[in-house]
Design a protein around this ligand. Structure first.
Ligand code: XLS
Ligand code: NI
Ligand code: NI
Length: 437
């Protein structure tokens, strides 16, 4: 092990009274919640791109991050060393999973062949490191947005050669994900959208995206990769409009192109809010279609209109997320993937630990709070009561498809005015949640 973080030993659970900033106050991996260890509920994952490649640059300034282990850009030996440092980080943090893009672990080559060779060389190290540390791959993905060749998109480019290039790149990324025993593979179409409709054949581009995803599903079968495919919705940025704009749009797309059996969704908080939704809305929409697979755990800033990818430290947010996750019966292949980056001002290596510890503790508390709310039962009882009219009588008949407009008209005429509405009690419920926080 290289020792990129020489002063840090494995982060331990010390409980809520601890004042040690390098300890968990709430994340206690083996503590049982609803009969299952916290680590299996949460399945935390560290992302390679922000944690190892994020330099803190923004549109107005250079990178600010101090990363003493960096040996340089663009060379394979430096990439191998960086990969080892990454596993040291995950191991010391106690994160069981990680996620990566092909081009953030290994440098772009001058040709696709050379890029593949670079990737193979680094993947070899990643495989060794996985074995040594026990850290597993939550999902892999292909980076189809940094290089200028993808300026018009990848699968939705106006240029068929770019589609072919992207297909070759995804094929390879899927294969290495398979080699690394990945539990999943993500499609986030960074530039799969448009910047102006004046030059765009929208229907044709969507058809191409559908075809691309079918090819990926075919190849998955061919290589025997059993991991779960996910689409990650995002409405915009870098494009003005991304086709996979939110959970509902993705689900409609998957249904239209007959892909729903092959894909679930990976829902990211900051993407939800950019789409004008809450995270819980997106999770509920995905879960309703039995397509909630995994989450990218982060948060945006209310006053900034872009994907700031901050670490989630809001207990209300994590409580809401965990209420939905517990309701659907927990993650299977998915997990809580910190697609989050430290602020430009938090430039020291130790900030990477503080940030992940904050996210993990906040999610652990969200989990415990959600479990307590469920155990208490008042919230669920209220909701059950609210829909009680559907459990018998006319409601039951409607749900069972036993009546039509004619029967309902007869019922309504006989009933006269509706006198049975009950209060929604929003404020009461919000205060009830506060009892647990
Ligand atoms: C960018 C996305 C990206 C995906 C993986 O906004 O969140 O990081 O998660 O390509
Ligand atoms: Ni993401
Ligand atoms: Ni994002």
């Amino acid at each position: 092990m290289p020792s990129a973080f020489p002063k840090i030993s494995t982060i331990q659970y010390e409980g809520p009274r601890s004042r040690n900033p390098l300890a968990f106050k709430h994340y206690n991996p083996h503590e049982l919640v609803e009969g299952k260890p916290m680590k299996d509920h949460l399945r935390f994952s560290v992302v390679y791109w922000h944690t190892m490649r994020g330099a803190g640059a923004d549109m107005f300034g250079w990178g600010s991050a101090v990363r003493p282990w960096e040996l340089g850009e663009g060379n394979v030996e430096a990439a191998k060393h960086r990969a080892r440092c990454f596993f040291e980080f995950c191991e010391k943090l106690g994160a069981p999973f990680y996620a990566f893009h092909d081009r953030d672990v290994a440098p772009h080559g001058k040709t696709l062949k050379e890029s593949n060779r670079n990737l193979d060389a680094v993947v070899k190290v990643m495989k060794e490191e996985q074995k040594r540390s026990g850290v597993k791959l939550l999902w892999g993905t292909a980076q189809l947005f940094v290089h200028p060749r993808f300026m018009h998109g990848a699968a939705t480019s106006c240029n068929a050669d770019v589609f072919a290039y992207a297909a070759a790149q995804v094929k390879k990324a899927m294969e290495v994900t398979h080699q690394l025993g990945g539990a999943g593979y993500v499609f986030w179409g960074g530039r799969e959208g448009y910047t102006t409709l004046l030059n765009t054949e929208l229907k044709r581009e969507m058809d191409h995206l559908g075809a691309f995803l079918h090819m990926a599903a075919d190849h998955k079968k061919k290589i025997g990769f059993k991991g779960q495919f996910y689409i990650e919705p995002k409405p915009k940025e870098p494009t003005k409009h991304q086709y996979d704009s939110d959970a509902a749009a993705c689900l409609n797309f998957l249904r239209e192109y007959n892909l729903l059996k092959d894909f679930k969704l990976n829902i990211e908080t900051n993407h939800a809010t950019l789409a004008g939704h809450t995270m819980q809305h997106e999770l509920e929409v995905a879960a309703a279609a039995k397509a909630l697979g995994s989450i990218d755990a982060n948060t945006g800033d209310l006053l900034l209109g872009w994907d700031t990818d901050q670490f989630p430290t809001d207990l209300y947010l994590t409580t809401q997320v965990m209420l939905t996750i517990l309701k659907m019966g927990g993650f299977t292949t998915g997990g809580t993937n910190f697609d989050a980056k430290v602020r430009r001002e938090s430039f020291e290596p130790i900030d990477l630990f503080y940030a992940h510890i904050a996210g993990m503790d906040t999610f652990a508390r969200g989990l415990k709070i959600a479990a307590a709310i469920r155990k208490d039962g008042r919230l669920a009882d209220f909701v059950r009561q609210r829909y009680a009219s559907w459990d018998s009588g006319i409601g039951e008949k409607i749900e069972k498809g036993k009546v039509g407009f004619r029967e309902l008209e007869a019922y309504a005429l006989k009933m006269g005015e509706v006198t049975t509405n009950t209060s929604g009690r929003q404020e009461f419920l919000e205060n009830l949640i506060n009892e647990f926080i």
